[in-house]
Every structure is written in C-alpha cells, then in structure tokens.
Design a protein around this ligand. Sequence first.
Ligand code: AMP
Ligand code: MG
Length: 270
Amino acid sequence: MDKCWIELDKDSDPDVLLKLSGDKTPGFNGGEEEADEASRQLREELIGLQDRLFAEQKHSLLVVLQAMDTGGKDGAIRKVFSGVNPQGVLVARFEAPSKQELARDYLWRVHHKVPAKGEIVVFNRSHYEDVLVVRVNELVPAKTWKKRYAHLRNFEQMLVDEGTTILKFYLHIDAQEQRERLQARLDEPAKNWKFDEHDLEQRKHWKEYMRAFRDAIVQTHQKDAPWFVIPANRKWFRDYAMLTIIVEALRKLDPQFPKPAFDPAAIEVV
Ligand code: AMP
Ligand code: MG
C-alpha cells in the first residue's frame, strides 16, 4: 500500500500541523477522476469485506475520526461507507458531554459504544476531545489532561488485546480552507443549519488546536492503534486515503463466511 498519509513522530516540530498544507496528496499522483475511480473499486471491496466480517462475528473494527470543525468528518462517513450494509456499521457521535456524563470519568460514555464482534463502529469525534477541546478551552487543569494520554493508550491497547482493530484518522484542513467552508455555510441556504457560532470562537485558537492535535497524535500513536494524518482539503483524496487504509486493514483480518455445522446437501427443504 502506498503511504497515503503523513506520519508524525515524537521529534516532530510542535507546529508541524500548523505548517502542513491540507492540499497535499501523499502517495497519489493522479487527480480527482483517478481517485474517484480508485475509491469506487475500494468501496466495492469494502462492501464484500464488511459482509464477511459481519457473518464471521469474530473481529471488530473501530474507526476514530477527528478533525477541526468543517474538517469533513460527516462527509467522509457518508462517502466512505455508502452502500455498506447498515446492519453492521454504526456511527457514534460525541458532542459536548451531558451533566450525567460529566459526573463520571471521560471514558464512561465512550466504552459502551465500542464495536461488538462483527461490527464496524465509526466514532464521529471521540475520547480524543478530552485532550483537544478540553485542553484548548482549559475545561480541566493541565495536570488532569496530561495524564489522559496514558489512559488513552491503555484503553485502546485493552480493546486491541480483546479483538478490536483500531484505525484513527485526523482529517487535516488548513485555516484558509476552514475559512472558506465556514463562509459557505453562511452563503449556501442548504448549509445554514450547519453553521455554529461556537466554531468561530474555536477558530481563534487554531494554533493551540494544531499543537493539541500534534501532541495527541504523537502521544497515542501505537503500532496496534495507529494514527493516520490525512490532508483533507481535497475531499476526493480524503475519501480515497481513508478507503485505502480501511480496506487494507480488513484484508489483513481476512474475514470468512462461517462453515455450516451441517451438510447442506444432506438437507432437503420440502
Ligand atoms: P459537532 O460535531 O459539530 O456536532 O459539535 C460537537 C461539539 O461538541 C464540538 O464543538 C466538540 O468540540 C464538542 N465536544 C465533543 N466532545 C467534547 C468533550 N468531551 N468536552 C467538551 N466538548 C466536547
Ligand atoms: Mg459543528
């Protein structure tokens, strides 16, 4: 598989994401048409793999999606998973925690949404908000969120040890792209409902967010729970890259239809 993502490591510049253009298309030389054709084929393969994953009931897949506001999480879910049997694919959205959720540890609301065997679950935002929005807005003291990287590593390692495959995507748009996408939410009536003034407030903290994402990725990237930084200004590249990575992970799991415990030829339906 050509590496269609950007890798960060512990030595990465604190402002590596601030400097990263969302226009990049790593590992891909073609344009929109070629990407869309490749994505179409990958989606066909995904549909077959998911069918077998669901039938086999042995493995589960957790896809974590994080991005800045307008980063394309909703669009990516729609495009990557269109045509997949909804019976085995669930999306969990994580919004600002409720009073009940805030009264408990931050993983409480997350854990019971993880995929059962045979399922694919997509987290639209996730436990990572607790080291992103929470850090940038100082919703808890630094000494509290700093400890969370270790919790996140251990939590995910436990899920992996118990049979879950984890893929974590950070969809990276740059500040200029976000400006255009927010403006489009004001200009296009069909997009007005998506406009949230809160996003303008958060946008003022762009630099702090880029640092928070960088630290979260670097601190919690593990062999068994990797992060993929996907430049996402170009939606066709974003979808192609996600499909490539998800399909490759499912190919490795190689799910199979279970063999019947009976001889189908020996049974007659009358
Ligand atoms: P949206 O995804 O546009 O529906 O917005 C959901 C909002 O919930 C975003 O502004 C997130 O930053 C916020 N959010 C999600 N998780 C948390 C959290 N753990 N603490 C505070 N805010 C959160
Ligand atoms: Mg929003």
